[in-house]
Design a protein around this ligand. Structure first.
Ligand code: NDP
Length: 328
């Protein structure tokens, strides 16, 4: 038996609890992982609270789109018992039982080795949020962004993706402006490296199709009017990495920034990135990220606190990241 967060559905009612599950109930897969840590991402909070859209595709489900742990059994040559591994995405915690659990059985193709020098709890403090922030930075740099370009905007800055976007950009020498609804987190955002903190209300209402050119680039985890206003104020030939929908999935914009200023909208999908791209992103995280900032960005909980913390996350009351020690 192992402990897991367990979601079931009767009619339209979700039942979520932490319970003991027999190992025989684990799904098919070629690698069994003794999970040590998982995380709570926005998507996990959506799955657990049932708010904001249908994340869970089949029931019962063990949520958790991220996990870190040690291989117990493997039918795949690439992984041996004792290997430390990380998993992000691939529909785990949505269609396939996930990481908020002491045991997981997954496909070997979904795993990557834990980056050298990184502890499992550090990998989970980063999690899909930090990995997505890194994918966004890589996409902007591929587009040609460099630290001398001018101000780079990060929206949803106090959240998980936002906190890492601010940190990663600032540590690389970019001039980062952080947009947040929590101006009381100004000191936190400046400690991560933001040079200026702005109120998200200036971006979240309907705005003009073209606005004063201010941002050389942006990482947006918010969507909706915020993304439209961000695009409208990007400088000529700049780019926006769009990775989230915390304000909304809509995009009430015009094509004006794209056809009159050559602005590029770069979509970021962390879930099904090929392994080679994942390895590049995680290697850069291991090399570039100032690990001393992880304490400020993350808080640690046990499995029993997951449901209440998911509700707090959906209510916008969680700063940065939540690491879940599944054995606590
Ligand atoms: P968090 O809840 O940690 O952060 C979201 C932040 O968005 C909040 O902290 C808040 O920042 C801001 N926000 C929340 N509600 C609103 C609103 N109504 N209007 C404007 N801003 C708002 O979530 P994550 O950082 O984990 O994820 C952020 C988004 O990115 C989610 O939509 C998630 O689904 C998506 N995502 C997508 C991925 C991909 O592969 N494309 C991967 C990972 C995440 P503040 O308080 O500072 O204003």
């Amino acid at each position: 038996m192992f402990n897991a967060v367990y979601i079931d559905k009767t009619g339209n009612e979700l039942q979520v609890d932490v319970r003991q599950v027999p190992e025989s109930a684990l799904p098919e897969g070629d690698v069994t992982v003794q999970v040590s840590h998982s995380t709570l991402n926005y998507k996990d909070a959506m799955a657990i609270t049932g708010q904001g859209g249908a994340v869970v595709r089949s029931f019962p489900m063990v949520p958790g789109i991220d996990l870190a742990g040690t291989v117990l059994e493997s039918a795949d040559r690439r992984y041996q018992p004792g290997d430390q591994v990380v998993l992000n995405g691939w529909g785990v915690g949505e269609r396939h039982w996930g990481g908020l659990s002491q045991l997981a059985r997954v496909n070997a193709d979904w795993l990557i080795p834990l980056p050298k020098g990184m502890q499992p709890e550090q990998a989970m403090a980063i999690g899909t949020a930090g990995y997505t922030a890194m994918l966004s930075l890589i996409a902007l740099e591929r587009h040609g962004l460099s630290p001398d370009a001018g101000e780079v905007l990060v929206t949803g800055a106090s959240g998980g993706v936002g906190s890492f976007a601010v940190t990663l950009l600032a540590d690389r020498g970019y001039n980062v402006v952080a947009s947040t609804g929590r101006l009381d987190e100004t000191d936190y955002l400046k400690s991560l490296g933001a040079s200026e903190v702005i109120d998200r209300n200036v971006l979240s209402q309907p705005g003009k199709p073209l606005q004063r050119e201010r941002w050389s680039a942006a990482i947006d985890s918010v969507g909706s009017h915020t993304l439209a206003n961000v695009c409208a104020a990007i400088k000529e030939d700049g780019a926006v990495a769009a990775c989230g929908l915390a304000q909304g999935m809509d995009f009430p914009a015009t094509v004006a920034p794209f056809i009159l200023r050559g602005v590029s909208l770069l979509g970021i999908n962390s879930v099904t990135r090929p392994t080679a791209e994942r390895l590049v992103a995680w290697e850069r995280l291991a090399k570039d990220l100032d690990m001393t900032k992880l304490d400020a960005i993350s808080q640690h909980i046990g499995l029993g606190e997951v449901v209440a913390t998911a509700e707090a996350l959906m209510a916008g009351r969680i700063r940065g990241r939540v690491v879940v020690n599944v054995n606590r």
